[in-house]
Design a protein around this ligand. Structure first.
Ligand SMILES: [Zn+2]
Length: 379
């Protein structure tokens, strides 16, 4: 570990320079040409290092990149999957308001932390391995996807396919906290839409003929709010409501969008069942329920073994590697749900993800790259 760390520390500036190139190539999830442009930059870095790069072409979204590094001279079929994403939540032009800069030991800019820093860490981890002359015994597949920030609809199948072939999945999403904790658990995340249909009527002339869809939705919100169990990791949040046309009309239609989170797979299933079983409260009203969980929970048991290994490797560098459970989902949720050991939050250490002050701790870059290098050879 020490040899890799020393080698990487001497390349801290080169890492921030590459990060600058990556950050300036803006890549908002919904802008396919931009994501593809950035993808070509990342692909060329890997090709330069002799890795096999395949573009997984997409129509509506940016192309995903599959980068494969094979151990020389060994006929192994065992594989480790490293996950990351090319897209950011920032619209094109954000770089003008928050230009890339390195100051006070931090590197600032859109996507530095989530998660272009992680992409740089992966490249330098492989460089360190090559330089020090110790390579992983298994194939390493890096999957850089284009739509993680918008739910991974176009990449989910590829992520699951690669995960099924892999002995472990390492996710380069941002670390938790400035002490760089890895993520050993994530809540599952879902979205449900409840649509109520009532009957329109004049609020003054014949209110008795109306069925108030807004009232129906309000009653349903009161009902589902009781399903919150924050201590168990279950949250139900009515986040958006719409309905009605004018005050003197009994509204015929209303809807609510609900964010769902659960820490355990069994709670996710139970919650989905409860939503499906919702029935109208007002006589004559109709209900339609759409959606469900998009990412299943990542339970700690899927991360525990990898975390123990990572912690031991970090200790060799004199670093105490903590762990965190977080409420947000990532693509690690998909792979853990398949039963493949998954460790998340191995990417950059920083602050302010998805905000104008997004930044990473420069000093931590070599450490994280060394940790990844260590894991790739240890697994
Ligand atoms: Zn991310």
């Amino acid at each position: 570990m020490r040899a890799w760390l020393d080698w990487l520390r001497a390349r801290e500036r080169a890492m921030t320079r590459l990060l600058g190139r990556f950050v300036r190539a803006e890549s908002p999830s919904f802008d396919k040409p931009a994501v593809d442009r950035f993808g070509r930059i990342v692909a060329s870095e890997w090709k330069r290092r002799g890795a096999a790069v395949t573009r997984l072409r997409q129509r509506g979204r940016g192309d995903h990149l599959r980068v494969e590094w094979r151990p020389r001279g060994r006929g192994t079929t065992a594989q480790i999957l490293v996950l990351g994403h090319l897209d950011t939540v920032y619209d094109t032009g954000a770089i003008a308001r928050m230009p890339y800069r390195v100051s006070r030991g931090r590197a600032w800019g859109p996507g530095t932390f989530d998660m272009k820093g992680g992409l740089v860490i992966a490249l330098y981890a492989m460089d360190a391995l090559a330089a020090v002359g110790c390579m992983p015994g298994k194939s390493v597949v890096f999957l850089w996807t284009s739509d993680e920030e918008i739910g991974s609809e176009s990449s989910r199948a590829a992520i699951q396919r690669e995960a099924r072939r892999s002995d472990a999945v390492l996710v380069l999403e941002p670390a938790a906290g400035l002490d760089g904790r890895v993520k050993t658990g994530r809540k599952g995340v879902g979205e449900i839409e409840i649509l109520a249909t009532g009957r329109a009527a004049h609020a003054g002339l014949n209110p008795e003929d109306g069925i108030n869809a807004i009232q129906e939705i309000a009653l349903q919100i009161a009902r589902i709010s009781r399903w919150n169990q924050p201590r168990r990791g279950i949250t139900v949040n009515a986040g958006v409501i719409e309905g009605g046309t004018r005050t003197n009309v009994i509204p015929e239609r209303a809807r609510v969008l609900v964010d769902l989170r659960a820490a355990r797979v069994e709670d996710m299933r139970a919650l989905e069942r409860k939503f499906r079983a919702l029935r109208p409260i007002l006589r004559g009203a109709k209900l339609e329920i759409r959606g469900g969980f998009n990412r299943p929970p990542m339970e700690r048991k899927m991360s525990a073994g990898l975390y123990v290994k990572a912690r031991a490797l970090a200790r060799e560098m004199g670093i105490t590697l903590g762990e965190a459970f977080v409420g947000g989902g990532s693509d690690g949720n998909f792979t853990a749900a398949l039963g493949v050991p998954t460790l998340d939050g191995l990417g950059a250490v920083g602050e302010g993800a998805h905000s104008p002050s997004e930044n990473i701790v420069v000093r931590a870059m070599p450490e994280r790259a060394a940790l990844l290098a260590g894991l790739l050879t240890a697994l």
